[in-house]
Ligand binder design. Sequence first.
Ligand code: ADP
Ligand code: MG
Length: 187
Amino acid sequence: MRKDYLLESYKNNAGLDLSGCKFLGEGHHGKVFLRADGRVVKICTTVKSCKKEYEILKKVHGSKYFPRVYEYDTIYMVRDYVGGQCLREYIKVYGLSKTLALNVIQLLEEFERLNFTKIDIRCKDIFVQKDESVMVIDPKGCYSRNMKYPRHLMKGLKKSMYLEKFLKILTEERPDLYERWIINNSV
Ligand SMILES: Nc1ncnc2c1ncn2[C@@H]1O[C@H](COP(=O)(O)OP(=O)(O)O)[C@@H](O)[C@H]1O
Ligand SMILES: [Mg+2]
């Protein structure tokens, strides 16, 4: 698709009628709207990024940590809405409880189970629900980037002043993972 046409299509919401939809947010790769039926439409800036993200969501289909995806066409996809608040904001208000830390650890273990090559995620892409369960909203590079440990996650937790608590819980509860992710990757 030609660049100017692509930009036009993005601006024009891929020709979709989004009246009655609520705008949820926009990132570097796309914008997201909530439909009246409770699903969201993500319109992406490039065909490549849309296709890649759709393929990841198809691959992880059935995992409780990811929104289900229903439809894909060129630069948009339809998927489940994820409620809650992103971890970065959530932590500022409620802090990091042991339950939440363990849920995040289980999420990272799920990445390993799904054979991701990137065992990492940014705080802004984890959405925390009322019961402190967690979900991923924006999976990227899960099968293409190489990262054996939660580098960006730990960076974010450090900024929020919760890294120490997270690592304490990880050592106490999952010394095996502490060794694999932290000891084996420190220089
Ligand atoms: N499934 C979803 N449920 C609720 N909000 C979402 C969902 N997907 C995206 N959002 C909101 O839209 C914003 C942009 O979406 P995102 O998928 O992160 O775009 P990008 O790929 O450009 O980073 C997010 O930061 C979030 O606020
Ligand atoms: Mg994003």
